[in-house]
Design a protein around this ligand. Sequence first.
Ligand SMILES: Cc1cc2nc3c(=O)[nH]c(=O)nc-3n(C[C@H](O)[C@H](O)[C@H](O)COP(=O)(O)O)c2cc1C
Ligand SMILES: Nc1ncnc2c1ncn2[C@@H]1O[C@H](COP(=O)(O)OP(=O)(O)O)[C@@H](O)[C@H]1O
Length: 308
Amino acid sequence: MKLYHHIDEFEPVKNAVVTIGTFDGVHLGHRKIIKRLKELADEIGGESVILTFFPHPRMILHPEDQNLKLITTIAEKAALMEELGVDHLIITPFSRDFSNQTAEEYIREVLVKKIGTKKIVIGYDHRFGKDRQGGLADLQRLAPDYDFEVMEIPEQDINDVAVSSTRIREALLHDKIELANEFLGYPFYITGKVIKGDQLGRQLGYPTANLLVEEKYKLIPGDGIFAVKVHIDGVIYKGMAYIGQRPTINGMTRNIEVNIFNFNEEIYNQTIRMDFYYFVRGDVKFDSLDELVVQLGKDKVNVMKLLS
Ligand SMILES: Cc1cc2nc3c(=O)[nH]c(=O)nc-3n(C[C@H](O)[C@H](O)[C@H](O)COP(=O)(O)O)c2cc1C
Ligand SMILES: Nc1ncnc2c1ncn2[C@@H]1O[C@H](COP(=O)(O)OP(=O)(O)O)[C@@H](O)[C@H]1O
């Protein structure tokens, strides 16, 4: 897959089959659209192109709003699309200039001249151009002039996609990891850099790698203990993860940590990926560290069972 960080980097391709969207999570509904996109491209010996915007329009129009949480970071989204065999992914900043183009300018300048669109796969409700004035009808009206074809994604499919992004976010925030994974079609994951914590973990007999997620907009599941698999340098380990404030030690920050099974290496500053499989239990304030350690032993047994 070829990746572009601005629409201006893209050179028009022959028979571009294009779709536009946020594709947060690259979940089962998105996968269906991407599959269709690739089939259409194959039919005409063309190439599949996805146009997505980053930062998300809401981040530009409402920078003060920190509530926008996405299932996938932009890098994760690109990796997932690459796995699915998309030919070209254009991630273009959603600037005010960009959004000030009229619908017709957008179709002519972006879709036709910059991308070379031959077919566009688009939802019935997709809006574009200044004040979101453009839509499917404009594409259909201008298609003959600019020699492209419009393929509408049926309303039901669009609703499925919207419903599943929302439901995945809800599920992740409420300990329903398995449900989220069912909608995603793969295990939800977090990518982060290992940073120093309070160095207490190893004293308790359970060292925990603390993850820093740099993307503030990444959705983090609700507090609790989870059965996970951790990718470190291409090797996959089982482990038990914790998300919470550590009430037992009156922790002040919300941590993401993982005790990795059968592992004993220093991995500070490394970027690791953690795949979530099961929710194990909720966060508890124990009366002592000894009680916490006893529980950690039980958690380990439970997680091993769940992942075996
Ligand atoms: C599987 C697992 C379960 C945990 N459960 C709890 C818990 O229920 N309550 C709590 O206060 N801390 C819990 N912790 C967090 C520990 O308090 C934390 O790992 C310890 O404070 C070490 O922190 P450090 O990595 O900053 O040294 C858990 C950690 C792990 C790995
Ligand atoms: N099995 C393991 N699971 C997690 N981290 C481990 C493991 N073995 C060694 N480590 C290393 O130890 C660190 C965690 O130890 P810990 O005492 O909890 O320190 P910190 O509070 O800095 O996280 C990890 O960041 C990692 O570099």
